[in-house]
Structures are given as structure tokens and as C-alpha cells.
Design a protein around this ligand. Structure first.
Ligand code: SAM
Length: 304
């Protein structure tokens, strides 16, 4: 199954790509958003697409071939976008999109270990050259550390119970084995959702250091934007969306002193305006066509 880009029309509408503009897709995946940006910025707009997954890089490379030299695809973390941009001889860019999380292609490849429905190794790395895998966490981290990530990264209220079950079931070697252990110890809380959804989400976020990456990329992305340039971020998880929301809120204020401070001492100046205060969600139609889109939230900011 090909990956259907989420909120694609909205991303294009808010980024407003134009010919002669330069754009970065920091999570190029299968190239869906990237192709939309390249089409909207015809005939001369340029796009740099980054991904840490080599398989995604080859997929995007093929998908964007039709745009010739206007599309450049590179294997790199979005956290390194500043050096990738300057390697091209570009100074600043006119728009950046980040579509966080994992793609349908990653989820559907059993050997990547992202899916509780497909028998596979407990891998879950976006970048297969990184060392940490999900089986390292479940088989060697202390129980309290596992409980902590389940709670913080998976919003899993039964994290202690699940962590205890995982530790006593060691060694755990496959996705289906992990899902079964969770199913045996956890009460089903929401109809229609697999009991292991939150455990898999927490492990994936921990393996790929997704929270640290978001915290690190936000100031860099702002720094790389030209005045009037826009940053569009799609988050699928409340923790990620909250980080983006707080960052945009702080960066859009002239003073960030505590309320009890009568005169400003922070010397902070707003660097962005928020294009939308409330996050943009997919329409009912998009959710019906692509269920994966249902938890997506898009926030957009414009560099002053
Ligand atoms: C939801 S998919 C993006 C799909 C893409 N927008 C499209 O239209 O096909 C997220 C992608 O981000 C990539 N990714 C995750 N963390 C990354 C990072 N730190 N740097 C670059 N890419 C990353 C994943 O490998 C995955 O391919």
C-alpha cells in the first residue's frame, strides 16, 4: 500500500509555495507532500527532501524523478537540515514541512517491526544504522524505565503493569509475542483499538528519540526560514503537538517573563506569527478515505 499524504491540500494552501521559492520537506517519506509543493511551485521552485530511512529516500527519489533537478533527496535527519541547506549553497528557505511519525510503508513492512499485527523482529528503527532497537528496551531496560516511557510517550495508564509483565516474560523477540504479552495483562479500554497500540507507540518514539528530535529541530527550522517563510508541522501525538504549540506560542510573543515580573527583563522578541491558533484537523472525508489521518494536527507559523 502506498502512503497517502495527510492534510496535503492544507499544507500546500498554508505554505503557499511559489516559483523561485526554496522548500524543505524534512520527512520526505514517499514524497507525497514534496510532490505537492513541487507542483505548486512550478516552474522553478526547488525542494530538498530529507529522511533518515534509506528505503524512504529511494522511494522519494523515484517518486520525485519527474521534477528533475528541482527535487533533491538526501538521507539525513531533519535535525541536520541547517547543514544540508548550506551544503546546497542555499542561505534561507521559504517553507519547511515536517510530517512527524511513521509512514504506511514502514508500518506495513513486517521486518521493520512497527506493527503488532505482523510477525517481525522488535526493531522499530527509522534509521537502520542506529544501534538502539525496541528489543534492547524490552529485554534490558529496568522495569521502572520501561514503565516511564509507556506512561510518558504512550499515554499508557497501565504502564506499570505492562512493564512488570514484559520484564517477567523476557526474552521477548517478536512483535506478535510483545502484543500478546500486553493483551494478556491489560484491560481493553477503547473499542476498536488494539490493546498494544500505546506500547508500540511508546517504544517507537523512544527508539527513534522522536521527542528530542522535535525539540532540537524547532529552533533550527525557524532559523533557516527567510522572512515571510512558513513552517508547517503535522503531529499525530498529543505530546508532539503540545511541544509545537508551546514553541509557537513562545516564539510569537515579545516578552516571555513570568507574569509576576512587572517590567520585562527577558528581552525576548517575537520571531514568528501563528498562522492558525487552533490546529487544523483532517476533514470527515479525509478521515473516511484515510483512517491514519484521524489524529493528525497541523500547525503553521510564519517567520517575521
Ligand atoms: C509520516 S512519514 C512522512 C510521509 C511523507 N510526508 C509523504 O508524503 O510521503 C514520516 C517520515 O519521517 C521520517 N523521519 C522520522 N524521523 C526523522 C528524522 N529525525 N529526520 C528525517 N526523517 C525522519 C520517517 O522515516 C518517515 O519516512
Amino acid at each position: 500500500m502506498t502512503h497517502i499524504p495527510v492534510l496535503c491540500e492544507e499544507v500546500i494552501r498554508y505554505l503557499k509555495p511559489y516559483s523561485s521559492g526554496k522548500y524543505v520537506d524534512g520527512t520526505v517519506g514517499s514524497g507525497g507532500h514534496a510532490a505537492g509543493i513541487l507542483q505548486a511551485s512550478e516552474p522553478d521552485g526547488m525542494l530538498l527532501g530529507l529522511d533518515i530511512d534509506s528505503y524512504a529516500v529511494s522511494t522519494a527519489d523515484i517518486a520525485l524523478k519527474m521534477f528533475g533537478e528541482r527535487a533533491i533527496v538526501k538521507k539525513s535527519s531533519y535535525v541536520e537540515m541547517d547543514s544540508c541547506i548550506s551544503d546546497l549553497g542555499w542561505h534561507k528557505v521559504d517553507g519547511i514541512v515536517l510530517d512527524l511519525g511513521l509512514s504506511s510503508q514502514q508500518l506495513e513492512k513486517a521486518e521493520r517491526g512497527f506493527s503488532f499485527n505482523l510477525e517481525g523482529p522488535l526493531d522499530m528503527r527509522f534509521d537502520s544504522t542506529e544501534e538502539l532497537r525496541a528489543d534492547d528496551i524490552v529485554n534490558s531496560w529496568p522495569q521502572h524505565e520501561i514503565a516511564k516511557i509507556l506512561y510518558e510517550l504512550g499515554d499508557e495508564t497501565q504502564g506499570n503493569k505492562i512493564a512488570r509483565a514484559l520484564v517477567s516474560a523476557r526474552p521477548i523477540n517478536s512483535t506478535v509475542q510483545l502484543a500478546q504479552i500486553v493483551a494478556n495483562c491489560k484491560r481493553q479500554s477503547k473499542v476498536g483499538r488494539h490493546v498494544a497500540t500505546k506500547t508500540f507507540q511508546a517504544l517507537r518514539i523512544a527508539v527513534n528519540k522522536e521527542i528530542d528530535n522535535i525539540v532540537n529541530v524547532l529552533p533550527k527550522a525557524l532559523e533557516m526560514l527567510a522572512p515571510g517563510g512558513r513552517l508547517a508541522i503535522i503531529a499525530f501525538h498529543s505530546l508532539e503537538d503540545r511541544l509545537v504549540k508551546r514553541f509557537f506560542s513562545k516564539e510569537s510573543q515579545d516578552c516571555v517573563c513570568p507574569v509576576e515580573q512587572i517590567t520585562c527583563v527577558c528581552n525576548h522578541h517575537a520571531t514568528i506569527t501563528r498562522v492558525n491558533r487552533k490546529p487544523i484537523s483532517p476533514t470527515y472525508r479525509e478521515i473516511t478515505d484515510n483512517r491514519r489521518s484521524r489524529s493528525a494536527r497541523l500547525r503553521v507559523a510564519e517567520k517575521i
